[in-house]
Design a protein around this ligand. Structure first.
Ligand code: GAF
Length: 387
């Protein structure tokens, strides 16, 4: 996959708008190593940034006009007025960048317009946060140009608000924070309650291992509604247990909490996933920090079983990746992201990458599925200005 160069994006901006952009910025997609569906429960997550980025060339305007163009979507330049942006009025890709402008203005920042050209190498619909990358790159550009002085975590909060309120998707804070705050060579251990963070060195190559991303190329159509249902179920669990969020249920008290939920079978399963998943994140952090990286494999696989059996958001294609990779010798594997399609991650010895990849590709062919896209993921830099 080619990486967009700042020069090419700036050149296209000049062709479209007839002037030099004031700057060019990049924001990455992410994979989540562990900590799935914990972010809207105030829990722990551990994503890292991909080398795939959304790149934006941007200039300010003072006349209230917002012009948006993407290399990756058919159609010309969309022209909007910043004072006429209305939540949930836009169902196209433009909702992500214009939602950011809306969120900045709603928070009292005097953003008076912009010309934007975007180009992204983050695969869309693969569960790798292509939308968060679009949001964060525009937020960072406007933060710099309008000298707003917002920090990465503050931009992430604004982008989440854009997505929750303007786009209308009830997502948590993980993807935007990952794109804004990740660092090359590290995974981001993030407490989603207060956004405190720790960069955990994550250099698999130095230890003879690799992490593969397997994009199943499927996205099941019910995914969006199901996300909201899981979130509502978790909130119901927290209310029944009398806590602010499921993060407040201690792992050691899990059995008691589950007993208290009585015959609320579905809520019990959701609670069990969230509480055990938070625990897995903490265990993965402890293992990485004590140099026992290989030992995280079984925790990744346990996380998948929990998402499949308790949270019920896997699908046959994701299960096929995980089962096939493990049978072919992988150290661990799990779905990553929202679920119902998208991508899985596979941790493997460097020497097993070839047989594992071959096994997965052959299993997809044997099942009559579209060939998956498999690539190695090395933790890359978070959002930044390119020029
Ligand atoms: C999606 C959401 F956008 C995140 O906030 C998170 O909840 C994730 O699914 C599941 O961990 O990527």
């Amino acid at each position: 996959m080619s990486v967009e160069t700042a020069a090419a994006v700036a050149e296209r901006f000049r062709e479209l708008y007839g002037t030099e952009p004031e700057g060019v910025w990049a924001a990455p997609g992410r994979v989540n190593l562990i900590g799935e569906h914990t972010d809207y429960n105030d829990g722990f997550v551990m994503p890292f940034a991909l080398p795939h980025t959304a790149v934006a060339a941007v200039s300010r305007r003072t006349d209230g006009v917002l012009r948006l163009h993407s290399r990756d979507v058919e159609g010309g330049v969309a022209e909007l007025r910043v004072d006429a942006l209305e939540p949930e009025s836009d169902r196209a890709w433009t909702a992500y960048p214009s939602g950011v402008v809306w969120a900045l203005r709603a928070a009292g920042h005097a953003v008076t317009g912009a010309d934007v050209h975007l180009a992204s190498t983050v695969p869309a619909g693969a569960g790798l946060s292509s939308s968060a990358a679009l949001e964060v790159v525009v937020a960072l550009a406007l933060n710099d140009l309008y000298e707003l002085g917002l920090k990465g975590w503050q931009l992430a909060r604004l982008c989440q608000r854009a997505e929750n309120v303007y786009v209308g998707a009830p997502v948590g804070i993980m993807d935007q924070t990952a794109s804004a705050c990740c660092a090359a060579g590290h995974a981001l251990f993030l407490d989603t309650r207060d956004l405190s963070q720790r960069q955990i060195p994550f250099d698999l190559a130095a230890e003879g291992m690799r992490l593969l991303v397997v994009d199943t190329r499927v996205k099941h159509s019910h995914s969006e509604g199901e996300y909201g249902k899981r979130r509502a179920g978790c909130e119901k669990g927290a209310a029944l247990l009398g806590v602010d969020a499921l993060r407040d249920v201690a792992y050691d008290d899990l059995d008691t909490a589950l007993d208290r939920l009585g015959d609320e079978e579905e809520v019990r399963r959701l609670v069990r996933h969230v509480v055990t998943e938070d625990r897995r994140v903490e265990r993965v952090v402890a293992l990485l920090e004590s140099g026992r990286t290989r030992a995280i494999g079984p925790l990744l696989t346990e996380g998948h079983a929990s998402l499949r059996d308790d949270f019920r958001i896997s699908c046959p294609e994701l299960d096929l990746v995980v089962d096939t990779a493990l049978a072919a010798g992988a150290l661990g594997a799990r779905m990553t992201g929202g679920g119902f399609g998208g991508s899985a991650i596979v941790l493997a010895e460097a020497t097993d990458v070839e047989p594992v990849t071959k096994a997965v590709v052959e299993a997809f062919a044997a099942a009559g599925l579209t060939a998956p896209r498999v690539f190695e993921a090395v933790p890359a830099a978070g959002a930044r200005r390119l020029r």
